[in-house]
Structure formats: structure tokens, C-alpha cells
Design a protein around this ligand. Sequence first.
Ligand code: NAP
Length: 238
Amino acid sequence: MVAFDVPDGGAEGAVAAVRALHLGGLMVTMPHKAAVIPALDSLTPAAQALGAVNSISWVGGTLVGHNTDGEGLVRSLRHDSEVDVARRRCVVLGAGGAARSVVHALVVAGASEVVVVNRTPDKAAVAAALGGAAGRVGQVDDIVQADIVINATSVGMGAPAGASGPLPCPADSLRRGQIVVDLVYQPIVTPLLAAAAACGAQPVDGIGMLVHQAAISLERWTGELPELAVMHRAARAG
Ligand code: NAP
């Protein structure tokens, strides 16, 4: 794997280089996730719905854009925590790129309800719409009802590990029996996950999603499932 520093405005040129150099594929980060789209031959349904691509691979001689973030979360819950989101009531905190990808993937995986709670209501409405009939905008009061709470805001990023610190929702909206996922993975044990553990909820950190969204791309590029345990160890070692 090689990292290329692509300046803003250079996304289409980077995709042209994939074709010219016959590269196996690309991961795509901000600010290029939407800008690469016109240069691709097709998009997966998730990338199409989200208008954002984080991974590019070859399929039958054509370049396809994928969005693997949400799928990575659903897979990590299933493989690492034995949690199936089907028929579960989910609350997603946040409405940015990660939140939108998660809303879409939860509904595709059969979640019965996906409620978006976000600081900026207009953005919450856009994210909730990706959930179709299962998606709606909610309020803080909805959190306690959820089976699965997923923090997709950046609140908690950079906080001291496991310490008290800023929370994306009130601590008393978490409860015993809930699954509480934090997409923030720096620190790995965020203040939210510490609060979840303290009230008897099941905390799930963001490393699993990080590993699985990358593993999905590696599998598409090479045709082989990578060593997930090795990836987990490397990600946890920082
Ligand atoms: P983004 O597009 O910038 O969205 C950030 C979201 O956080 C927005 O909904 C924003 O609310 C909310 N927010 C920010 N500060 C807030 C505050 N002080 N109080 C309440 N809400 C606040 O970012 P993103 O790309 O979606 O990423 C979100 C987080 O997920 C980041 O920490 C990122 O590292 C993590 N992430 C993890 C993985 C993984 O594999 N584990 C993958 C992707 C992202 P407004 O809409 O009101 O501004």
C-alpha cells in the first residue's frame, strides 16, 4: 500500500493514473470523496445513495466506486461483537459523512428503526432520509429507547483515554443492556465508552469499523480476505 498526497482538485487526475498505471485500487479520503465520482465507470448502491466514495476497485475492466464505512461497522458488529443489527432500534448521534454511511448500512442490514440525533437539525433530516421508511430525526429523549446507540460525531476525539470528558449525549440517556458504539477511535476507550461501561451497557470501540472497512477494500482488490486479527492488532497498537 502506498499513500499519494493528492491536492484538492486532483481527484480526477488520480483516477486517470489508476487506469494508466493499472493500479489495483485506491482508498479515497477527504476532500476527494465526491470529486472522484465523475471519473468512475459506476457506483455501488451505497456510494450512489451517499454521493461519496471511499474505495475504488476494478470490476470486469471497469472502475467502481464503493462506500465501505457503514458496511464496515455492520460487519464489525457481527464478526467482533456478535451483534446483528436486524430488527434492532438504532440511534445514530451525528449527521456527517460517517453518520450518513452508517444510517444507510443499518437500514440495508435490516435495522427496524434508525433515529438520527444531531446538533444541526437540517443535517439530521438529510441523514435520516437515507434510512427511507426506517429513518427519522429524533431528540435526546429517543436515546434511552434504543437497542444500539452509535456515536458518529467527533465529540470525544482526542480526549484522555477512559477519562471523564465531553460526551455526545447525556450519560443518563444510556442504560444497562444497550450496545453503545463509538466511531471515534482516538482514544480507543472514549469518555462515552467509559460512561457506557459504568452504567452496564456493552461498549464497542471504533477500531472494529476501521479494520473492517479497510478489509472490505483489500478483499475487493486482491480477491482474498485479509488477516483480520493482524489488522486488529496493528490498529490497536496505533
Ligand atoms: P463530519 O462529517 O465532520 O461530521 C461531524 C459530526 O459531528 C457532525 O454531525 C457534527 O454536527 C458533529 N459534531 C461535531 N462537534 C460537535 C459538538 N461539539 N457537539 C455535537 N455534535 C458535534 O465527520 P465524520 O467524517 O462524519 O466523522 C465523525 C467521527 O467519526 C470522527 O471522529 C471520525 O474520526 C470518526 N470516524 C471513524 C471511523 C472508523 O472507522 N471508526 C470512520 C469514519 C469516521 P453538526 O452537523 O451539527 O455540525
